[in-house]
Write a protein that binds this ligand. Structure first.
Ligand code: ADP
Ligand code: MG
Length: 622
């Protein structure tokens, strides 16, 4: 056995613990969800490893999570959360329970947490940055983690160790469990509650918390320890029977309290005694949510499942729950969620798709949430999905999954269903669609550029500000066109605001004549129109480029041409002079009919680069 080892937390970890404890007071409830979700992870790891490690489950077949509140006579109360999962070796206790620093993003989290006034945002950060275990210190002064690693070929004789740490100290200890091996396998977390957190000892509080936030955190049974009084008739000639508890684990500190029946026994009535009976109540007895008939699932349940599964405290914008068939004979059930926000890293990460939030199950058993780089196209990679396939072999490896036909089909089915949901919201719920577009507008643009198969559907979802409206779809633009209008007019200048774009000299004449002009200031706008080329047969026309045609041209064409000729003659000397003076900068100087209030404009060649693209190319060359 190793001697008791004392470790100092790395300095950022100490800081981190302080922040978690001090700034997240109003989010204290999350601790239970985090610990249950860790227990669930440990059980999932065990189940996966057991597929290849024979004998791993021997002697401890049960896979479950138990939660027990203990009111101590002396000192604070405790909450004990136990799982029969994969467990941790002493090295893993040391590394994993303080090791969040090694994960990228911690420093970023610290900055955020220290400057954040938005408490809901901070609550989200806990999950997003993987600080789950630290949430223990929200409610506990002292935390003990006893763990017994599973028996494997690499670790044939594991021993039970304890990690202990208190909220105030800057160090923690790891030592052999003085009680010996009490767990068989798995992890037992004991929280010594703070004085102001004793509410968590109450059964109703725990029940409420678990059913609200945690009933979906585990696909394994979660049992809560409760006690109730029961009157049991006693035959004086017999010994009192021991109160039996259907506990999923044996509990050696049975605290059966025996009292005399309160009412004085009447002569005839049979004698009873009141017992405190221990009971383990399963908190997640319902079938997994995605296997249920959508008609029987409430919005609150969908939202709770979402929050528990993806650790997002913000409600999802929408979801779609359906049964499908891959076409290659694999039937499955799935729920596709649309989060109300994009991960901050979304635009920072490369353009290749990568989806960490697609949870693949086979027959209700979790298999993986990393389907590899090409799981979904980038534009759709933010979607949160749970898929449960019926007919795949349970021991599919990642490699066979990648080449599996089912996954390819699944991918396109999910994209199709997602598009259906988005389109439905657009049609049916204006307010929600506005919210959706505010978050995903640029994602739709990206999709229209990268996903040629779904280009039209995605383009339909994009909204643009114009000279006449705050936001229009391409369909509405075409609907609103003037008689005879043969082009879709736009002005693109990356990074410019709508009002700046609207002031542009290129827009004046069109606006004055009653034409609507799309004002494109988003980075992806210009690439978008160039890839689309036309909409409802109308080509896009950059109003800053030559080639502009007015639809009402024919009406005053003669007049206009005449006037143009006169003006050109009149101003010929000026034009010649300007052309000579500016010969290094411009190719030609002409009289224009485009302008109303401005005196001149520099126009890009019909086939040349626009000023905007030129800017982008120059930026790339540097
Ligand atoms: P995360 O779950 O995001 O990895 P946590 O802080 O919640 O972060 O947990 C840190 C690590 O500690 C886990 O990744 C896991 O390796 C280990 N761990 C925590 N709880 C348990 C448990 N009940 N059983 C086994 N390992 C655990
Ligand atoms: Mg966790």
């Amino acid at each position: 056995d190793l001697p008791k080892q004392k470790h100092d937390y790395q300095s950022d970890v100490a800081r981190l613990r302080k922040i978690v404890v001090n700034s997240l007071y109003s989010h204290r409830d999350v601790f239970l969800r985090e610990l249950i979700s860790n227990a669930n992870d440990a059980l999932e790891k065990l189940r996966l490893t057991a597929l290849t490690e024979r004998g791993m489950l021997e002697g401890a077949e049960q896979l479950n999570i138990t939660i027990k509140a203990v009111k101590d006579e002396d000192g604070p109360g405790r909450i004990v959360i136990t799982d029969t999962g994969i467990g941790m070796t002493p090295e893993e206790l040391t590394k994993n329970l303080q090791g969040t620093l090694a994960k990228s993003g911690t420093t970023e989290f610290l900055q955020k947490a220290e400057t954040s006034t938005d408490t809901t945002g901070t609550g989200n950060l806990i999950g997003a940055f993987g600080l789950g275990f630290y949430s223990s210190f929200l409610v506990a002064d002292k935390v003990y983690v006893a763990s017994m690693a599973a028996k494997t070929s690499k670790n044939p004789e594991p021993a039970q160790y304890v990690f202990s740490s208190s909220a105030e100290e800057s160090s923690f200890e790891v030592y052999p469990d003085p009680r010996g091996n009490t767990l068989g396998r798995g992890t037992e977390i004991t929280l010594e509650l703070k004085d102001d957190a004793l509410e968590y000892l109450e059964t109703f509080k725990l029940t409420d918390l678990i059913s609200k936030h945690s009933s979906f955190s585990s696909s394994f049974p979660v049992y809560l320890h409760t006690q109730r009084l029961e009157d049991v008739p006693v035959d004086e000639t017999e010994e009192t029977p021991e109160a039996e508890s259907p506990a999923p684990e044996s509990d050696d500190d049975d605290e059966v309290v025996i009292e005399e029946a309160t009412e004085p026994a009447k002569e005839e009535a049979p004698k009873t005694k009141t017992f405190m009976v221990d009971e383990w109540v399963q908190m997640n007895a319902q079938a997994p949510l995605w296997t249920r008939d959508p008609k029987t699932v409430t919005d609150e349940e969908y939202e709770a499942f979402y929050a528990a599964t993806w650790k997002d405290n913000e409600k999802p914008l929408a979801w779609h729950h359906f049964t499908g068939d891959s076409g290659s004979g694999v039937s499955f059930r799935a729920i596709v969620y649309i989060p109300s926000h994009l991960d901050e890293s979304y635009w920072r990460e490369g353009l290749e798709g990568s989806n960490k939030d697609l949870r693949l199950m086979v027959k209700r058993t979790f298999i993986t949430n990393s389907l590899g780089e090409d799981a979904l196209p980038k534009w759709a990679s933010w979607v949160k999905v749970v898929v449960d396939a019926e007919d795949l072999p349970l021991n599919v490896s990642r490699e066979t999954l990648q080449s599996n036909k089912f996954l390819k089909q699944l991918k396109s089915i999910i994209v199709r269903r997602l598009l259906q949901s988005l389109t439905r919201i657009q049609k049916e719920d204006k307010e929600k669609f506005d919210q959706l577009h505010a978050t995903y507008g640029n994602v739709f643009r990206l999709g229209a550029v990268e996903d040629t198969k779904n280009r039209d559907t995605l383009a339909t979802l994009v909204r643009f500000p114009t000279t006449q409206r705050n936001a229009t779809s391409l369909d509405d633009y075409v609907e609103n066109k003037k008689q005879g209008q043969k082009q879709i007019f736009y002005l693109a200048d990356m990074g410019k605001s709508e009002s700046d774009l609207a002031k542009s000299v290129f827009v004046e004449k069109l606006h004055a004549r009653g034409y609507e002009v799309l004002l494109l200031g988003q980075p992806l706008d210009e690439v978008f129109v160039q890839n689309l080329k036309r909409w409802k047969k109308l080509p896009f026309q950059d109003v800053a480029k030559a080639g502009l045609k007015f639809g009402d041209e024919d009406l005053d064409a003669e007049e206009e041409k005449e006037r143009q000729k006169e003006l050109t003659e009149e101003y010929q000397p000026l034009l010649d002079w300007l052309k000579k003076e500016a010969s290094e900068v411009v190719r030609d100087v002409v009289i224009s009919n485009r302008l109303v209030a401005s005196s001149c404009a520099i126009v890009a060649d019909r086939h040349g680069y626009t000023a905007n693209l030129e800017k982008m190319m120059n930026a790339n060359n540097n």
